[in-house]
Design a protein around this ligand. Structure first.
Ligand SMILES: C[S@@+](CC[C@H](N)C(=O)[O-])C[C@H]1O[C@@H](n2cnc3c(N)ncnc32)[C@H](O)[C@@H]1O
Length: 330
């Protein structure tokens, strides 16, 4: 079955796949909407006005929700979409799907905590930069005492389960981050209500906890906004890394980003990481970096990301930050 982002598949196939593979069990609203679109010739004709790369269900549904479409049965949504199509089309043409999930900091923290600080944190594919604040959130790892920022509990509390494997090196205190910077093709600004509203619309309808976390994390980041550079990560990373303070340990970080690059782009990035001073913390799908040995000898879920420090896998990571399985060093 083609995926919903496969621009070579028909729009009906993409929406059917989204309903059956991505939305089922995750969002009853999106499952119903996507299944409805897949068999609705009139709505398919509207969506086919968009370039193939902009027909993704996630983009069209988020654009509709940004403009006020309410979760509910498909026929009401189809009527709403037809009535508001020119505005939805404009939003889809001018926006991209670029979720920003602060909960992923719970995946990074044990690895970051093992690095000597203070840390200069540089994230590629940073979106609005919410993963640049691991020191500003509170953490509850199963079997470990709660971890809070130095000045007390955060309004963003991250729960993360350990699913077996070897005990993870959860730090006793949060790392000291003295510099935060990021790169994105389209950086979003946590101080811009329009940008935060777009990130909110990208969160699926039933995921109220993610929406609350997003808003709280954006408020935290807005107090001390990160330095975000627009552009391609391979073009920008060396210069931005060179501007990090020399008396801090540089850590380059990324989650669910390198899959957007082709093989040559990923290889180029891995080479740049090997040549930079400091550390490389990568959290990507299992096939993204063939040079990183994947620990299939440790139980994992098929959708898990590979968390790797300096090219060596240290954990299997649930993509939205909910669970980790630490792996022993080889
Ligand atoms: C799925 S989002 C993940 C955002 C963030 N890392 C997180 O975990 O919440 C991927 C981000 O990577 C950015 N991106 C994709 N390709 C890129 C490239 N070649 N250079 C810079 N950013 C890129 C997208 O714009 C998007 O904001």
């Amino acid at each position: 079955m083609p995926t919903s982002t496969d621009a070579s598949a028909s729009t009906a196939e993409r929406y059917r796949s989204f309903a059956e593979v991505e939305a089922r069990g995750m969002s009853a609203t999106y499952e119903a909407w996507a299944a409805g679109v897949a068999t609705d010739a009139a709505t398919l004709r509207l969506i086919d006005e968009l370039p193939a790369s902009k027909r993704q269900p996630n983009l069209v549904f988020s654009a509709a929700r940004l403009l006020g479409a309410q979760p509910g049965p498909y026929p009401a949504f189809a009527d709403w979409l037809a009535a508001h199509w020119s505005d939805v089309r404009e939003v889809a043409l001018t926006h991209a799907t670029q979720t920003n999930e602060a909960a992923r900091c719970a995946l990074h923290l044990p690895a970051l905590g093992a690095i000597d600080g203070p840390i200069a944190l540089l994230e590629v594919g940073a979106s609005a930069g919410l993963c640049l604040y691991p020191d500003r959130y509170s953490y509850r790892y199963t079997g470990h005492p709660r971890l809070d920022p130095a000045d007390g509990p955060s309004t963003v509390e991250l729960d993360c389960a350990f699913r077996g494997g070897t005990p993870a090196p959860v730090p006793e205190r949060l790392p000291e981050i003295v510099w935060r910077a990021g790169i994105d093709l389209n950086p979003l600004d946590v101080r811009s209500p329009a940008d935060v509203d777009w990130l909110d619309a990208l969160v699926w309808p039933e995921h109220e906890d993610r929406r609350t976390r997003l808003r709280a994390a954006a408020r935290i980041a807005a107090r001390n906004p990160p330095h975000l550079v627009g552009g391609d990560l391979n073009e920008q990373v060396a210069a931005l890394a060179a501007s990090a303070p020399a008396d801090a340990t540089l850590v380059v970080l990324h989650t669910a980003v390198l899959m957007y690059l082709d093989e040559a782009g990923r290889e180029r990035f891995a080479r740049q990481m090997r040549d930079l001073p400091g550390h490389w913390l990568s959290c990507e799908g299992r096939s993204v970096f063939p040079g990183i040995r994947v620990r299939d000898d440790v139980e994992n879920d098929s959708v898990d990301l590979v968390l790797a420090l300096d090219g060596v896998q240290v954990a299997w990571a649930q993509p939205h930050g909910r669970a980790l399985t630490w792996v022993a060093n080889p």
